[in-house]
Design a protein around this ligand. Structure first.
Ligand SMILES: Cc1ncc(COP(=O)(O)O)c(C=O)c1O
Length: 399
């Protein structure tokens, strides 16, 4: 029998970060000492206080289906968090908890996009945005900025990209993959453009909110004048609290969007995991200290990685102010010869580095920036030193 998969799935790109992780795993199985700097996952354990809350929740019977948009105490805690941390007024009825921020974004796209609707995506972008938008029938319109602009697009670019079909603007701050932070002034300039276009919804992915350095303050675009009624704020527990496997994300959204997302989630997956949600209340109420400790460790590693990369000629980096990634422009290596052939692009370079240095990084193509690659510094300082020294040795060999 010949199985005909849907056009939807055939046209969908495989997640590049997961693909790289698979290649690294294969090399490891062959006995090589591979260092993976390819995954967007904190290497810390979940704080004990959160784990203990989950254990208690299991004992207390949190093992059943949950209400589709989340258990009331978590939605209440998230509503408070939005108010206290972000100056965002979303009532608990406007909160929808999902199985990760990834699902939250997918829900919002399914809720808002009709075939052919345009979505402006700030580029470099997080890998999954494009697939999620396309799956909902949307057309991604990628607005790019390079390393010289700290990978941050201008309000002018935004204004010029808006058409009568524009339905949504989507970005992350702090940004995956660049670590760039859109500061208040920049967000104000975007808000000034967006306020003139009442049909556009902003989807602001703030999942790296707590991982922010250099005295930079995180600003939510939804907190700026006139923006709350047109902004969906996405967040989650994976990064700040090192809870990737717990699968919990959430949105605060205008009520009509929150209700639509609940309707979609009700048919697809139902409410998120019961004891994870109970533990997440504890994370929000009691684990900010642990989140700050992880942030400080990331900050030290960021400084170390930048220092080490600085010694490699031909790499151009910005100073990432958040998240746990560095995104160097490596285009000066294109056209050089490796033992396996010419390095045409970042993908060739990443394959060469994996084979020669046994270090996995992700080509910028996956993030809409083919001149760059992404290094995740969610790894120990020792691993980072070894990995970058190996990358340096491999790059020097290119002629
Ligand atoms: C910018 C961004 N948004 C969302 C997510 C998804 O997070 P979650 O684990 O909550 O689905 C990630 C994970 O890598 C991310 O980097």
């Amino acid at each position: 029998m010949s199985i005909q998969l849907s056009r939807r799935v055939v046209e969908m790109e495989e997640s590049a970060t997961l693909k790289m992780a698979q290649l690294a795993r294969e090399l490891r199985q062959e006995g090589h000492d591979v260092i993976a700097l390819s995954l967007g996952e904190p290497d810390f354990d979940t704080p004990d206080i959160v784990k203990n809350a989950a254990k208690a929740a299991l004992d207390d019977g949190y093992t059943k289906y949950t209400p589709v948009p989340g258990i009331p105490e978590l939605r209440e805690a998230i509503s408070k968090k939005f108010k206290n941390d972000n100056d965002l007024d979303y009532s608990s009825a406007q909160i929808v908890v999902s199985n990760g921020a990834k699902q939250s974004i997918a829900n919002v796209c399914q809720a808002l996009l009709d075939e052919g609707d345009e979505v402006i995506v700030f580029t470099p972008y997080w890998v999954s945005y494009i697939a999620i938008v396309k799956l909902a029938g949307g057309v991604p319109v990628c607005l790019s900025a390079g390393v010289e602009d700290d990978f941050i697009i201008s309000a002018d670019q935004l204004e010029k990209a808006i058409t009568p079909r524009t339905k949504m603007v989507l970005f992350s701050t702090p940004c995956n993959p660049t670590g760039s932070v859109f500061n208040r002034e920049k967000l104000l300039s975007y808000a000034n453009v967006l306020r003139k276009n009442p049909n556009i919804v902003v989807v602001s992915d703030e999942i790296y909110e707590h991982i922010i350095f250099d005295g930079e303050r995180h600003t939510s675009i939804g907190s700026l004048e006139g923006m709350i009624d047109r902004t969906v704020t996405v967040n989650g527990f994976s990064k700040s609290f090192s809870m990737t496997g717990w699968r919990l994300g959430y949105i605060g959204a205008p009520l009509a969007i929150a209700k639509a997302c609940t309707k979609i989630q009700g048919q697809f997956t139902s409410g998120a995991n019961a004891f994870s949600q109970k533990a997440a209340v504890t994370a929000l109420e009691q684990a900010y200290g642990e989140a700050a400790e992880m942030r400080d460790a990331f900050n030290q590693r960021r400084d170390l990685v930048l220092r080490l990369l600085n010694d490699i000629p031909g790499l151009k980096t910005n100073q990432p102010k958040g998240a746990f990634y560095v995104f160097p422009d490596v285009s000066s290596y294109f056209g050089l010869q490796s033992p396996d052939g010419k390095i045409e692009d970042a993908e060739d370079l990443c394959s060469y580095i994996l084979k020669d240095a046994h270090v996995a990084v992700v080509s910028g193509d996956a993030f809409g920036a083919p001149d760059c690659f992404r290094i995740s510094y969610a790894a120990s300082e020792e691993q980072l030193r070894t990995a970058i020294s190996r990358i340096q040795s491999s790059l020097i060999k290119l002629k």
